[in-house]
Design a protein around this ligand. Structure first.
Ligand SMILES: CC(=O)SCCNC(=O)CCNC(=O)[C@H](O)C(C)(C)COP(=O)(O)OP(=O)(O)OC[C@H]1O[C@@H](n2cnc3c(N)ncnc32)[C@H](O)[C@@H]1OP(=O)(O)O
Ligand SMILES: CC(C)C(=O)C(=O)O
Ligand SMILES: [Mg+2]
Length: 513
């Protein structure tokens, strides 16, 4: 059985999803979960792209031990230097240098001749290899590049020190049989291909991301790049969970396996969905809510008689069962144990905060599931030093013939308390009008999404909002047993993050000035 390395790029290409913006703490939380999932390489970001990304990559590189950490860099000295500064403390420093090789990108975007591209690629890989023991080179838009030219580039960068060669289908243009031929061609025509790992990276513009990844693996790729839930630029990247499960279920066909801890898939998907505010569609393969649901009579009959009639993947395989090991009579020890099993590694103060929220919930809800605990954990692990406002109390008065009125108490970081009332045409609008008055800013609400965790009448509500103010867009999320409380918390979460971002930007400007 061939081993296929999983290179996860949720924190880099995944974060390029329009509207997704993860802070350092959220990125670290995802990285810790990717480590538990046993991905081989985590692409933690693009250090030269912003001070925030630089810091996230550095923090992740210093915290994760069981997966290799890498960062993206253009074929440019300053990007490579920045990646080195962020990654030098990691266990196995690894860089990902890229430059485009297709005629359209070279001519119009880079404004370079093919020879100049080879020269820049070789120069950059040599520079990178002086610092990093592992250098990955990507020929951006490889699938629309001239194949003999690709061979020339790849031979030259392997000579310069590249140890991994990645051939991305950057715009999701190629088809499975074509990518198969491309990998086969490269395998047979690059004289030194045995010195490097061959990698595939596919986008989903034509819905072929996973199919192309599997075809490339069949044709010789031993590394596959993907993201959790398939998030990413435009239509997204090939989805990690679909590739890992396809390799497992059809190992007879691919004769290859990943080392992914499949039982962690559902949990990883839920975490990424929550932190990125990107809902997982119900019919999404492997991790969607309906992936193991059987609706029609003939199917249910078949399942009752013999599960394999309609089930090729068991929910247990991917950790999709929800258990309720904790209840209102559970104590702190069992609770702490369970949270650490779920990957919680926060302070005692945050643990106490989650425990109080759990007890409140257990009083109201029949079953507290792992998904509920995950939601409470995510809700509580925001950096409290960056919290300007907190929702202390909320009362909403609503009647069919009456203007909804919200009365809200907010506590401020300094210990002060604000109380205000306001109205709106609906209950949520009344809350948001009141919060706008209290925070003294008019934030435009550009998105509002609500979902229940696990379903059922007593489910937790999770609200995601997007606020816009003076050119900045900010996501926020809130979890509560009540939808109105979750709505207020989501709004305040976005406001707090917006304020923290502005303070950070002002700090950066002062440093530069
Ligand atoms: C296929 C991919 O996913 S590639 C990764 C894409 N990810 C991102 O772009 C996310 C983060 N990006 C950013 O924050 C910014 O684009 C930055 C910081 C990287 C660069 O910002 P700016 O310096 O303002 O440049 P801008 O983004 O406008 O243009 C990109 C420049 O890089 C050049 N460039 C693009 N790719 C490469 C490359 N692989 N190697 C060298 N130069 C490159 C472009 O030709 C352009 O150069 P020019 O300024 O001489 O015309
Ligand atoms: C940077 C490269 C690998 C990329 O994301 C792409 O080409 O899609
Ligand atoms: Mg990409």
């Amino acid at each position: 059985m061939r081993k296929v390395k999983i290179f996860d790029t949720t924190l880099r290409d995944g974060e390029q999803t329009p509207g997704v913006n993860l802070n350092s703490q959220e990125k670290l939380e995802i990285a810790l979960q990717l480590e538990r999932l046993k991905v081989d390489v985590i692409e933690a970001g693009f250090p030269a792209s912003s001070p925030g990304d630089f810091q996230s990559v550095k923090t992740i590189a210093n915290s994760i031990k069981d997966s290799s950490i890498t960062g993206l860099a253009r074929a440019k000295e300053s990007d490579i230097q920045s990646a080195w500064e962020a990654l030098k403390q990691s266990a196995e420093p690894r860089i990902h240098v890229f430059i485009a090789t297709s005629p359209i990108h070279m001519k119009y975007k880079l404004k370079l001749t093919p020879d100049q591209v080879i020269e820049q690629a070789v120069h950059s890989v040599k520079l990178a290899a002086q610092k990093f023991p592992h250098v990955q080179f990507s020929a951006e838009d490889a699938s629309r590049s001239d194949w003999p030219f690709l061979v020339k580039v790849i031979d030259a960068v392997i000579d310069a020190g590249a140890t991994v060669i990645n051939l991305p289908d950057t715009v999701g243009y190629t088809m499975p049989s074509e990518i198969s031929k491309l990998f086969d061609y490269i395998g047979h025509n690059v004289s030194q291909i045995d010195k490097a790992i061959l990698s595939t990276h596919n986008h989903d513009d034509l819905g072929m991301g996973v199919a192309n990844s599997l075809a490339a693996i069949q044709a010789g790729a031993t590394q596959v790049e993907c993201t959790v839930n398939g998030i990413g630029e435009r239509a997204g990247n090939a989805s990690l969970e679909e590739i890992a499960v396809a390799l497992h279920i059809r190992s007879d066909y691919y004769q290859a396996s990943s080392g992914i801890h499949l039982k962690e898939l559902k949990r990883t998907s839920a975490l990424v969905s929550r932190l990125s505010s990107m809902n997982v569609p119900g019919n999404k393969a492997v991790v969607g809510a309906n992936a193991f649901a059987h609706e029609s009579g003939i199917h249910q009959d078949g399942m009752l008689k013999h599960k394999e009639t309609y089930e090729i993947i068991t929910p247990e395989l991917v950790g999709a069962t929800s258990s309720a090991p904790l209840g209102k009579h559970s104590g702190r020890h069992a609770f702490k144990e369970k949270l650490s099993e779920l990957g919680f590694n926060g302070s005692e103060e945050v643990l106490q905060h989650i425990f109080t929220a759990f007890k409140d919930l257990a009083d109201k809800k029949k079953e507290v599931t792992e998904d509920d605990l995950y939601a409470l954990m995510t809700d509580a692990t925001d950096d409290r030093s960056k919290t300007t406002y907190e929702v202390d109390a909320l009362q909403v008065s609503y009647g069919t013939n009456q203007m909804p009125t919200a009365t809200i108490t907010l506590s401020l970081q300094e210990g002060e308390e604000l109380i205000e009332a306001g109205t709106g045409s609906g209950s949520v609008e009344a809350i948001y009008n009141t919060l706008a008055k209290m925070t003294g800013q008019h934030y435009a609400l550009t998105d509002y999404k609500i979902q229940s965790i696990n379903g059922g009448e007593d489910a937790l509500a999770e609200v995601h909002v997007k606020l816009q103010h003076e050119g900045i867009e900010q996501l926020g999320r809130g979890v509560a047993h009540d939808v109105l409380e979750a709505s207020a918390k989501a709004y305040i979460h976005a406001v707090n993050r917006m304020i923290a971002r502005r303070k950070h930007q002002a700090g950066e400007k002062t440093k530069v000035g």
